[in-house]
Structure formats: structure tokens, C-alpha cells
Design a protein around this ligand. Structure first.
Ligand code: GLN
Length: 623
């Protein structure tokens, strides 16, 4: 249906253009009549027409008479229900007012058989019982609380339309009858005066709002109870679902069933001509147009909401299919850390690296998406000892997802040798809190946290090596010249000769061996300790490109030409190197051409191996 729409682009916003289009489309729809059972309402200009859309992040689209004030009427019932829930708690409110759709008109004189409870808070009987539950004894006390709260929802001070209130009170005997009936069934209790509740109810219905106010009130519900513009909490989040539920089942009088069927959004309408519909987590739509159909709903309001829902697929039962939040998964033999290790370790990790598996997660973690993820992990966990989960691209996590992941980790770490390692946990603070507050001490102590995957993989590799290779191997911290990678194939004589060209240098922790941009005129053979090659990123953070371990050379570029350094080389702990200066290398080239040839051949091999590793990793990372 959408493709066939060719909207004249009046603004650059497609959403604004669409509501403009709906306004044009329905401006000539003049079916229905304004409510006249309250004389003051009959005076309203019937052709007012405003449409407003407010998003949970505070964007407002509006067209038509969105500043025109009108009385909120029955729409107030949904918001008053929220206040009663906060004042009394759910159990006490349910005790007095049920939540069953009645299928009756809003003003029907009917109560549940036996209990005498009104069927739901959206019909008059329920709404009057709800006002009775709101804090305060006198009508003024109750009304002040309602007005203050409604003003917070709207983000501005609202006021009473006194004429409508008086007119409503004068003609409100049917509602008075309902109130007395509630007293008869002890829904309004013996010590309470039903006329206090009824007066507060008439006032509540006569609060003047405009279409924009209604959209913001709805958007506040869509935004878990917090006004998107002012940031004010207007309803405790735990009650928002309750309010939306009764709007969903009973908000549109005896059109509620068809409304859910066609539009599929919790909504509330009022005889003043307003309708507000809520798409939880996203937005609210409000429409003001006073001509009502036989059931008391705004004719244009229903038309606009139906079109919006159909064209933009807003029906809540039309939820998108959940997809796996696993963006990428690989093991450490496919992508290893940037710690450049000795050939024995490299060989070991190429065979055993699959015991370390990393999962990169993305998107919103809810029950639906996380169930897919934990299932894949459970099915793939055989043969894994180290599980790394990367949360960098996770946008949000809800309590159900926290529970699923925490429960998975609790189970996996029952085996002492199983390690769970989490990275970028700063993207999912609620999960960090969950682990600290809700998980066993064993798990919260056992889980390892790293800021980057590279360091997490390195830690797992080192653990695996120290578990499986001789622990002595890790202690072999010193690599003499004859065992250096650049010296493979050199005779003892050639080693002695090379030695005479070298200078021994030691560095302490935090020394910087060279800076990016400096002229490269020295080659280093690392004998002891470790050095890190790092670059600074645009955000000021540093990114490790490699950690060099004993036996490897670094800064080799002067062996092949005159270049600048492309990264910083820093020293995390005490280290020792042999240094071959460019000048000495040139001397060696003249005096020992065969030795130079062997060193360059070794360099080619090393660079080729690094290139092969990089190519292999790109293959896995570019899925
Ligand atoms: N004041 C109105 C009444 O109780 C509210 C009704 C409505 O909007 N449906 O009659």
C-alpha cells in the first residue's frame, strides 16, 4: 500500500509529509456528530482537526488544529488509573476494579456479578471507583493530585474547563447513580462519600488539553512513564504495562475488539473528540476531531490511526521476527591475539586455539534474541574451555536477557577449568550490575572482564599455554641471538660476526623506544621482556597492533629502505634488545653480503608469515 502513495513533498520529513497527507485525505470526512449529551460539548466547532505524533525521544510531528484546546473526557481514565495504582498498589486496585473488557457502552450501569466490581477502569463505573481510590478525601484534594500529574504528563500546566465541568455536573445524574451503586456494593466504602469521587471525576474529565498534550501524554507511556521532553517520571515503569493493557482491551469503549483487530495499539478515546494511541517503546499518535461515531469515538481519529497503523505496520501483533544477536563468532586458531608468540606457541595455538571461542553480540538483547544466542552457545560449547562474549555492539539488555546469560555462565563455570571472559561490558551496565548483585559470589569473582577482545584472547591463550605446555616454557624469558627469528640458518661464525655489529640496550617499564613519524634508523632484536606496537586512535584511545616477545625483531623497516616509523613502540616492563643501527647495517652489507642475504631472507619469511596470519584473520572477520 505504501509504495502506491506518491506524497507531495511539502517538507523534507517523510513522516511529516505523511501526516499532512492524512490530514488532507480526511479533512472532508464529515460523518458523525459532536457529543451533545453534555450541553457545553455540543457547542464545539465540529470541523477542528489535528494530528500529532510524538516519539519517545521527544520529536513531535503535528498538522492542523493541534493547539486547539478541548476537554480530555474519558482519555483521563487511563492516566487516572496509573495514579490509583501508584497510590494503592495493584492488588488493592484489582480488588475494587476488574480488568475484563465489558463490551458495554462507556456509561453502562453494570457491575460484575457477585463481587460488584466494575468490569474495567475504562468504563465510567470503573473510572469513578478509580478516582475514589486516588489519594485525598475532598474532590479538591483528589483533583489537585490528578491535575498536577496530568500536567507532568503533558509537560505544561493544564487547567480545568469550568464551563464543561459545570455542564457535566448539571447533567451527570447517570454517573451519580453509578457512584451510589458502587457504594451499595462496597466498592466505594461505607465511610466514603460517593459524591466526592463523582465531583473529582467530573473535573478530571473537564481538564482542557490540546492534541499535542495528548501526544506527549501517550509518548510518556510509550517511554516507560518518563516524559520524553522534560525527563519527569510520571508513572512508575512497573505500572505502565498495567495502564497500557487496559487501554488495549477496553480503551475504545465497545469498539475495543475491532480496534485491536484493525489498529493493534493500546488507545483511549474521549467524547471531546480526542484519541491517543501508544506504540510502546516508540511513539504515540493523537488525533483531535470532535465528530463522533455511534459508539462515541472520533470518526477521523479512527480513520487516521487505522491508516497509520496499516501503512507503517504498527500493529503490535505484527512483531518482527527475532534474529540471532551473534554478529560473528570465531576461535583463537582462526583469529589469535596480537601477541606475536614463539613458533612452539604458535604451533600449539593453531591446534588448540579452538578451545577458545569468541562471540560478538549485537542489537537489543531480550528474551527472544538472547534465547537464540544462548542456544547456539550451548550447542557449540563442547570442546571449549574459554568463552569470550563481546558486548561492544549491544544496544540494550533487559532483565530476561541478563537472567539467561547469567544462568548460562553459572552452569558453564561449574567446571573449575571453564573460563567466562566478557569484553566491552561498559556497553551493558545493567548486566554488569546484575552479575554483581544477583549472581553467586563464585560467578562474580570468576568472570574476567577486559576492555578489548585482543587482550581477552591473549589472556585465554596464555592460560591455555600455561595449562598445557610445560609451565617452564613460559619462564623461558630470554632468547639468545642464535635463536632469534632473524638469525635462522646463521652459522656460529656468522652469529659472532653479527654480534660485533650490535649494541646491547636495556629499557625500563614505560620507556618509549620510538614514536610514530620519527626517522627509522635502528632495528631491534628482542632478547628479554616485551614491547608493544601501538597507534593512537582519533578518539584519543590507544590501540595495540602487536606485542613482541623475545626472539622477535621489531622496527625492521631500515633493513629495506629509508622510512618513517608508522607506530609508537612502548615498553610495558623491563626489556633488553640488541640494536643494529642503519649505519652498521650498511657496513655489514658491504663487508658480509652473504650474512646480509640470510638476514633479509629471514625477514621475508617473517613478514610473509605475518601477512598470511593477517589474511586468514580478515577471512574470518569479514563475514
Ligand atoms: N464525562 C464523560 C462521562 O462520564 C466522559 C465520557 C467519555 O469521554 N466517554 O459521561
Amino acid at each position: 500500500m505504501l509504495e502506491s502513495l506518491r506524497l507531495s513533498a511539502q517538507t523534507s520529513s517523510p513522516v511529516q509529509n505523511y501526516i499532512n497527507y492524512l490530514h488532507d485525505k480526511y479533512i472532508n470526512l464529515k460523518e458523525g456528530n459532536v457529543a451533545d449529551y453534555i450541553p457545553e460539548l455540543a457547542k464545539v466547532y465540529p470541523d477542528w482537526f489535528g494530528i500529532c505524533l510524538a516519539s519517545v525521544d521527544g520529536k513531535i510531528y503535528e498538522v492542523g488544529d493541534t493547539n486547539q484546546s478541548f476537554t480530555i473526557q474519558s482519555i483521563s481514565k487511563a492516566f487516572a488509573y496509573g495514579i490509583a495504582l501508584e497510590d494503592n498498589g495493584l492488588d488493592k486496585v484489582i480488588d475494587k476494579v476488574s480488568v475484563e473488557p465489558s463490551g458495554d457502552a462507556f456509561n453502562s450501569i453494570s457491575l460484575e456479578e457477585g463481587s460488584g466490581r466494575p468490569f474495567n477502569p475504562m468504563i465510567n463505573a470503573g473510572a469513578i471507583a478509580v478516582v475514589n481510590l486516588i489519594q485525598g478525601v475532598t474532590p479538591e484534594q483528589k483533583f489537585n493530585r490528578i491535575l498536577e500529574r496530568f500536567s507532568q504528563y503533558a509537560g505544561r500546566a493544564l487547567s480545568l474547563d469550568r464551563n464543561v465541568y459545570e455542564s457535566e455536573s448539571k447533567t451527570g445524574d447517570r454517573n451519580r447513580a453509578i457512584a451510589w451503586m458502587l457504594k451499595n456494593f462496597n466498592i466505594i466504602e461505607a465511610h466514603q462519600d460517593p459524591m466526592n469521587a463523582i465531583d473529582a471525576y467530573f473535573r478530571q474529565c473537564s481538564i482542557a488539553v490540546n492534541c499535542r498534550d495528548l501526544a506527549l501524554m501517550g509518548a510518556t507511556l510509550a517511554n516507560s512513564g518518563t516524559n520524553p521532553l522534560t525527563g519527569q517520571v510520571c508513572l512508575e515503569p512497573k505500572y505502565v504495562t498495567n495502564v497500557l493493557s487496559v487501554m488495549g482491551t477496553s480503551g475504545m469503549y465497545n469498539y475495543a475488539g475491532e480496534w485491536v483487530f484493525r489498529v493493534g495499539l493500546p488507545a483511549k478515546s474521549g467524547v471531546g473528540g480526542g484519541i491517543v494511541a501508544v506504540l510502546p517503546g516508540r511513539l504515540a499518535i493523537s488525533v483531535f476531531s470532535p465528530r463522533l461515531d455511534k459508539l462515541g469515538n472520533s470518526v477521523r481519529g479512527i480513520a487516521v490511526c487505522s491508516d497509520l497503523s496499516a501503512n507503517f505496520d504498527l500493529h503490535l501483533f505484527n512483531a518482527p521476527t527475532s534474529t540471532s544477536p551473534i554478529r560473528l563468532s570465531h576461535n583463537a586458531s582462526q583469529v589469535s591475539s596480537s601477541r606475536l608468540r614463539s613458533p612452539i606457541e604458535v604451533d600449539f595455538l593453531s591446534k588448540q586455539g579452538q578451545r577458545i571461542r569468541l562471540y560478538e553480540l549485537q542489537g537489543n538483547l531480550t528474551f527472544s534474541t538472547t534465547e537464540i544466542c544462548v542456544r547456539e552457545i550451548v550447542e557449540g560449547v563442547k570442546g571449549i574451555d574459554f568463552l569470550i562474549i563481546d558486548f561492544k555492539r549491544v544496544l540494550g539488555i533487559d532483565p530476561a536477557a541478563c537472567w539467561l546469560l547469567a544462568n548460562l555462565f553459572e552452569n558453564l563455570t561449574e567446571s573449575d577449568s571453564f573460563e567466562v571472559v566478557l569484553t566491552h561490558l561498559d556497553s551493558v551496565r545493567p548486566f554488569e550490575d546484575y552479575i554483581q548483585e544477583k549472581c553467586s559470589d563464585r560467578l562474580s569473582q570468576k568472570v574476567k572482564l577486559f576492555i578489548e577482545n585482543d587482550f581477552a584472547i591473549e589472556w585465554c591463550e596464555t592460560q591455555l599455554i600455561s595449562r598445557e605446555l610445560s609451565p617452564l616454557h613460559l619462564l623461558e624469558e630470554f632468547c639468545p641471538l642464535q635463536e632469534q627469528q632473524l638469525c635462522v640458518g646463521l652459522s656460529e661464525e656468522e652469529i659472532r660476526c653479527l654480534h660485533s655489529f650490535l649494541e646491547l640496550r636495556s629499557y625500563s617499564a614505560d620507556d618509549v623506544i620510538c614514536h610514530k613519524g620519527e626517522k627509522a634508523d635502528e632495528v631491534f632484536f628482542l632478547l628479554k621482556g616485551e614491547v608493544m606496537v601501538v597507534i593512537s586512535l582519533q578518539d584519543g584511545k590507544q590501540k595495540r597492533l602487536a606485542t613482541i616477545t623475545p626472539g622477535m625483531a621489531f622496527g625492521e623497516i631500515p633493513l629495506v629502505g629509508i622510512f618513517e616509523r608508522t607506530a609508537d613502540i612502548i615498553v610495558p616492563r623491563h626489556s633488553e634488545c640488541y640494536v643494529l643501527s642503519k649505519v652498521q647495517f650498511e657496513r655489514l652489507s658491504v663487508e658480509q653480503p652473504a650474512l646480509k642475504g640470510k638476514i633479509l631472507t629471514n625477514l621475508c619469511r617473517i613478514l610473509f608469515e605475518r601477512l598470511r596470519k593477517a589474511n586468514k584473520e580478515i577471512e574470518f572477520l569479514c563475514h
